[in-house]
Design a protein around this ligand. Structure first.
Ligand SMILES: CC(C)(COP(=O)(O)OP(=O)(O)OC[C@H]1O[C@@H](n2cnc3c(N)ncnc32)[C@H](O)[C@@H]1OP(=O)(O)O)[C@@H](O)C(=O)NCCC(=O)NCCS
Length: 185
């Protein structure tokens, strides 16, 4: 298990960081994403089209004290009051306990630099156990379990699990539970 701080370094996807970002996206495998592998041409097209930095998106390297550059995070839906994220740690650095400090650093970044954001959301496949543990350990709360909500190419759909964190919980260190009792009578 590795502990240690993870820092966010804003990357310039169409400037100096373009090649390294394309290399990262097209050389890694992402078994729990809708697209497991991204071809180089597709990665170039997406990066050049602004998918990693435009009005709705911004992207950061995840830099670790000891291990150096361990992955990326892309913030999404930045024009909405509730942003989302996509976290991708490089294969060589997975399973070492970096996910939780990475998500904490991402959460801190969003609440510190975006004063209008009062909640932050993320989703993952139900079988992405590592990511689900990371959400819980970073203090996020499960808010939804969309049964068969995640289509799988050539297979049976799995559930999509939604988590969220409130600014006021982030500030206070408390956890506001979801009122699951459907007490509407
Ligand atoms: C998901 C991800 C961020 C998790 O970060 P990580 O640093 O690899 O995870 P950790 O090492 O902190 O592991 C978290 C827990 O999951 C467990 N775990 C790790 N990999 C696992 C796997 N493949 N299957 C089941 N459990 C796993 C770990 O054992 C750990 O639990 P434990 O501490 O009780 O033993 C990282 O693996 C990743 O980037 N994967 C590819 C992209 C992805 O799926 N991103 C999520 C998109 S929302």
């Amino acid at each position: 298990m590795t502990e240690g701080a993870v820092r966010l370094t804003r990357l310039d996807p169409t400037g100096p960081d373009r090649d390294a970002l394309v290399d990262f996206l097209s050389s890694e495998e992402f078994p729990f994403h809708v697209r497991r592998r991204i071809g180089r041409a597709d990665a170039v097209a997406a990066v050049d089209a602004g998918a990693y930095r435009d009005d709705e998106h911004d992207t950061f390297w995840l830099d670790h004290d000891e291990h150096g550059r361990v992955g990326i995070v892309r913030l999404e839906d930045l024009e909405d009051p509730v942003p989302l994220f996509d976290l991708r740690i490089a294969g060589a650095h997975r399973g070492r306990g970096l996910g939780t400090p990475a998500l904490r650093a991402v959460t801190d970044h969003v609440f510190r630099t975006m004063p209008e954001v009062t909640r932050f959301e993320g989703q993952t496949r139900e079988d992405n156990t590592a990511m689900r543990r990371v959400f819980v350990r970073a203090g996020w709360v499960k808010e939804a379990h969309y049964r068969e909500g995640w289509p799988v190419e050539g297979g049976t759909a799995v559930a999509s699990v939604g988590y969220g964190v409130l600014r006021r919980d982030w500030e206070s260190g408390e956890t506001t539970p979801v009122p699951w009792d459907d007490d509407v009578r």
